[in-house]
Design a protein around this ligand. Sequence first.
Ligand SMILES: Cc1cc2nc3c(=O)[nH]c(=O)nc-3n(C[C@H](O)[C@H](O)[C@H](O)COP(=O)(O)OP(=O)(O)OC[C@H]3O[C@@H](n4cnc5c(N)ncnc54)[C@H](O)[C@@H]3O)c2cc1C
Length: 510
Amino acid sequence: METSAPLDIVIVGGGTAGWMVGTALVSGLRPHQARVRLVESDEIATVGVGEATIPAMRDYNRFVGIDEVEMMRETNGTFKLGIEFLDWGFKGSSYHHPFGVHGAGIGGAGFHHHWNRARLAGHDLDIEQFSYAIAAARADRFEFPNPDPDKIDSTYSYAYHFDASLYARYLRKVAEGRGLKRTEGKVVDVTRDPLSGDVASITLASGEVVKGDFFVDCTGFRGLLIGQTLDSPFEEWTDWLPCDRAWAVPCARADRFTPFTRSTAREAGWQWRIPLQHRTGNGYVYSSRYISDDEAAATLMANLDGEALAEPRQVRFKAGRRTASWTRNVMAAGLASGFLEPLESTSIYLIQVAVMNLLKLFPGKRVEPALVEEFNRRVDMEYDRVRDFLILHYHANTRTDGELWKHCREMEIPESLKHKLELFRHRGVAPNYHDGLFALPSWISVLLGQGVLPGGYDRLVDNVPLAQALAEMERQRSAITRRMPAMPTHADFVARHCAISERAVAEAVA
Ligand SMILES: Cc1cc2nc3c(=O)[nH]c(=O)nc-3n(C[C@H](O)[C@H](O)[C@H](O)COP(=O)(O)OP(=O)(O)OC[C@H]3O[C@@H](n4cnc5c(N)ncnc54)[C@H](O)[C@@H]3O)c2cc1C
């Protein structure tokens, strides 16, 4: 029998994870269901990076009832139509992973199958010309997608770039306004119930003891509760994803105000470029096996498109995940639950997955093992799929510089990814999940972008004569080209829709 007393939930950690979890819990639960408290320490800094998102973030915002314009203003946010990958397949190559489709299906078969038949028949068509999101990204243009699904400018989605610290601060305001109780203090001790083994309370440096029924570990890489206290094992994926460090540095905003993240492959990793309203975020994610820290920092600083606004800051990490990110009465979210490098901006999404599943499988005072099992199954599935998608970027390369690329090309990959590659190479079949990441258009863009070309195509394609398909493809391409000049530039759209004040810009870069 469930008791009717509210559950006392204690979140430890006030980075992006702590505040996203806190905000969702106080938004989704009524006071008679749960009392939510968050403990964070001013002494222990947050990781402070994590500035690019994916469209799923908009579902989170809708769920908690965040006003987009307000959020964008308060976080110096910009819009994101996808990611541009430079030099990934080979040096000199480039492609976009757009938040949208490459063309509409024809006669029951997916667009990329028609494109592939045309390619195999000798037609040299750039598949990226059939993506509205890519056309807009290349032209530095942005507006909201048309809600009418019959219109060409409805065929994409969007996400955000924002200042990670400002985002946590913004969520704090929202969550506290909805009843979340925040306590500043460093956790110095954790007590477990001697009978059940569950976490019973945490003790702060001030001596205050905070008891709870359920704890959420958002303490970052430390994993204070899930790892240090409950010993939930960490499964390492460093052989497949060898990058283990990053240098991050902001620079002055460049003239080109792109509505996309850029990822440029480098000798021992890759560099990100994330445009915000007041500055550009940059970082070099690299493997310490293949380059020294000093060389990596020098590479980053030599490749900024504006004046550096600070000294570069290093972050160290390890790819992998907790095998049970919900253990006993502790659920971990964010870096405490695992880490997959930011190549596809998935960490914030994985926080969202954790808290939304916690709400769906919300426990009573006594935690039901079946709920825990189901939660961990769902979270594991998401991690595994994102992992395979990331590995694909590294594995499918023909780069001749740098040992990292040779290692990744020749390494044994997970069976699950091997299977996906075989299906795509054989007949252009790519994963098409109804739930979770990544959807079919994402797989297609990265597979083709990395140079994985299918030898065959969906047989349904043959029901449409090639000439007819080519004419339809041309119709779609020219509809995109015609519409593009009417789209506002990203800079104009941001200025009109969610610009921060000049004073805020000056304060932010000071
Ligand atoms: C290089 C890099 C780039 C990234 N880029 C992206 C990106 O573009 N997109 C994306 O989605 N994600 C990205 N991420 C991931 C993203 O930064 C994290 O997922 C996100 O910031 C969540 O961090 P966190 O809240 O789990 O941990 P943290 O930010 O480390 O916060 C930990 C919190 O726990 C508190 N704490 C710790 N110990 C104690 C204690 N003993 N007592 C009290 N409080 C304590 C700290 O004070 C802090 O508040 C990136 C990560 C890295 C490393």
